[in-house]
Design a protein around this ligand. Structure first.
Ligand code: SF4
Length: 329
């Protein structure tokens, strides 16, 4: 029996854009964010996540954003005319019926919108990936979040009494690639979970070798999660990882050009003037993920620091961000 989805969560910014919450609409808001709704928590237990099984944070949080619940029909009735959004992103939490819920949500969105639809989901079978594609999903994200197998185990896997495994996530990424095609699969990397810069850089290179794009997030501590006392990453370190991700994604940097120093920081074997030129658009420091996604203030506090810019940077911001990498001095 097919059960129609009654409720979904919307990111608070999306709810404001749709007029379902009061607030000022943001012209820079380009992606509509929905999340599957479930009474209770996710069955996984990621140490950073307010949705995690053992987290005592409120269930309407993901990262530092609140996600109030709405009737799906009300969301569809209030959908904005074409031109307002550039992408729809459906976030999921892990529970048994999640794939059928996503199929229903995407199917109903497809009746009113031709926009590309991304789904962020845990590992599922190739058949289920195909079902998502058949209903109209354009891109899929499988978040590794941590950049080494050991760290994954500590943050999301067996040491968290969770069923996630590094190998299964990698296998799911490969399966997603066969279904959705190269360029249509993403993963997430949270910087600041305890990795070294070099480990993060190596991970980024490996993902782009598979043509999997990497969405970068700066770790943000959320009260009620296991990592609530963990600090955010150093901005300079984050800027270096952003620069590396950008250059690797453009095919302008190879793993052999990334060198680890004794203090754990990385340097690049690349001409400094060329590097400055390569970073001069500022794109390296913008939100990364699927095309058209800008996630305003997803892991930034409005007072800063601005880890990921949701808009074009000013010339001054670009120069400052380039200096902050400490790769050009
Ligand atoms: S699978 Fe996603 S929603 Fe569930 S605990 Fe991990 S990060 Fe949070």
């Amino acid at each position: 029996m097919i059960v129609l989805v009654e409720k979904v969560r919307l990111s608070i910014g999306t709810a404001v854009q749709l007029g379902l919450e009061s607030g000022t609409r943001d012209p820079d808001f380009t992606t509509a964010f929905l999340m599957t709704f479930r009474e209770g928590k996710c069955e996984a237990n990621c140490a950073f996540c307010p949705q995690a099984r053992e987290s005592s944070a409120s269930s309407d949080r993901l990262s530092r954003i609140s996600w109030p619940e709405f009737n799906l029909n009300a969301v569809l009735e209030n959908w904005l005319p074409p031109g307002q959004f550039r992408r729809i992103c459906v976030q999921t939490i892990c529970y048994p019926e999640v794939v059928s819920d996503v199929i229903d949500i995407v199917g109903r969105l497809r009746q009113i919108s031709k926009l590309p639809i991304s789904v962020a989901i845990h590992p599922i079978s190739k058949t289920k990936f195909q079902q998502l594609k058949d209903v109209g999903v354009s891109n899929v994200g499988i978040a590794l979040d941590a950049c080494t197998a050991d760290l994954f185990d500590r943050i999301k896997g067996s040491q968290r009494d969770a069923h996630y495994r590094w190998e299964t996530h990698l296998e799911a990424i490969d399966n997603a690639l066969t279904v959705f095609g190269k360029g249509n699969v993403t993963t997430h990397l949270i910087v600041g979970l305890g990795e070294t810069e070099f480990e993060a850089a190596k991970f980024i290179v490996e993902m782009y070798q598979k043509e999997v794009s990497v969405g970068l997030f700066a770790f943000t501590s959320i009260k009620g999660t296991s990592l609530e006392n963990q600090p955010t990453p150093e901005l300079e370190s984050y800027r270096r990882i952003q620069a590396i991700r950008y250059l690797v994604s453009k095919g302008q940097l190879d793993v052999d050009q990334i060198k680890e120093q004794s203090n754990g920081f990385i340097t690049l074997k690349i001409d400094k003037a060329l590097l400055r030129e390569a970073l001069s658009s500022g794109e390296a420091f913008r939100v990364t993920g699927c095309k058209g996604c800008n996630r305003p203030f997803y892991n930034e506090r409005p007072r800063g620091p601005m880890y990921n810019f949701p808009r074009d940077l000013t010339q001054e911001e670009i120069q400052q961000a380039i200096e902050e990498t400490k790769l050009v001095g």
